[in-house]
Design a protein around this ligand. Structure first.
Ligand code: BV8
Length: 240
């Protein structure tokens, strides 16, 4: 029976699907309605900032709707973090590709949003980051430089560098259990993390609705809804 010490978890849009947040590549996916290059690239933002702001304003609005809540999969990861870190010498890091705040609502703290956060905006001049719960428009004036039209979503678009990669790669190099939840493994560099964990001799587990193209990178698979499979897996891990 292996006794793990250092767990790294990577989550994707699939973990928030049961909370009512659209995934990206399912038939009802977000990208179907919008072309990536129009709404999720710096070029798209430069070309039509109003369209991009509106795209994220609509997603922020949807996220803040009262029917949206963390689901049992988010709760299971928060419970795992809490209990795991009571054990001497144990480490835990949750890396999410998601820009929603459902991991925070579930109580996760050792959390990296590698693609940014929907409830944050950034001044393009000062790089200062602000929390927001309302729409951003071209007329907004930022508190740091007092000018109009400098605020953008604090989100990593395609072609931009993901956040905290150094800390992420360090954690991957030192983990002995890597758990991937609800991600199709299409977007890099996140899609390369399972390989990084394998190179560190970690045991790799994939929790997803269905097999992904990365499934031969994983030692164990649990197919089904994360809201059902993840709590069971966490219970088994904590009862060791
Ligand atoms: C970068 C914010 C330079 C925006 C997002 C190789 C190396 C490096 C880069 C590249 C490379 N090849 C290509 C690139 C460029 C590009 C890329 O990967 N393009 C893709 C399209 C090929 N990558 C970039 O541009 C990245 N930056 O490369 O910088 C660099 C170079 C080297 C090293 C470092 C840096 C930046 C990418 C970030 C883009 N921003 N999000 C926004 O949200 O609007 S990406 C966005 O899409 C998400 O954040 C997420 O990452 C991705 C969606 O993927 P998933 O989360 O996996 O969601 P998906 O719908 O695809 O899958 C859901 C899964 O859940 C499915 O499998 C489904 O079956 C499952 N599921 C559904 N329901 C459930 C479920 N599972 C369980 N339970 C359920 N109920």
């Amino acid at each position: 029976m292996t006794h793990y010490k250092s767990i790294v978890v990577l989550t994707g849009a699939g973990i928030s699907a049961e909370s009512g947040i659209q995934t990206f590549r399912a038939s009802d996916g977000l990208w179907e309605e919008h072309r990536i290059d129009e709404v999720a690239t710096p070029e798209g933002f430069k070309k039509n900032p109003a369209l991009v702001q509106q795209f994220y304003n609509a997603r922020r609005d949807a996220l803040l709707h009262e029917r949206i809540a963390a689901n049992p999969a988010h709760m299971a990861l928060a419970q795992l973090e809490r209990e795991w870190l009571t054990r001497p010498g144990h480490q835990f890091l949750l890396i999410t590709q998601n820009i929603d705040d459902l991991h925070e609502r579930a109580g996760s703290e050792k959390l990296i949003h590698m693609h940014g956060e929907l409830l944050k905006m950034r001044c393009e001049l000062s790089q200062q980051v602000f929390t927001i719960h309302h729409d951003i428009g071209g007329d907004d004036i930022c508190a740091c430089c007092g000018e109009k039209g400098r605020l953008r979503p604090h989100i990593v678009w395609f072609g931009e560098m993901p956040l905290k990669l150094e800390q992420i790669y360090r954690a991957l190099a030192n983990c002995d259990l890597f758990l991937s939840v609800g991600t199709s493994g299409n977007v890099y560099p996140a899609a390369g993390f399972a390989q990084e964990a394998k190179q560190a001799d970690a045991y790799t587990v994939e929790i997803n609705l269905e097999p992904t193209k990365q499934n031969d990178l994983f030692d164990k698979h649990f197919y089904g809804k994360a809201g059902e499979t993840l709590p069971a897996f966490v219970d088994s891990l904590l009862s060791r």
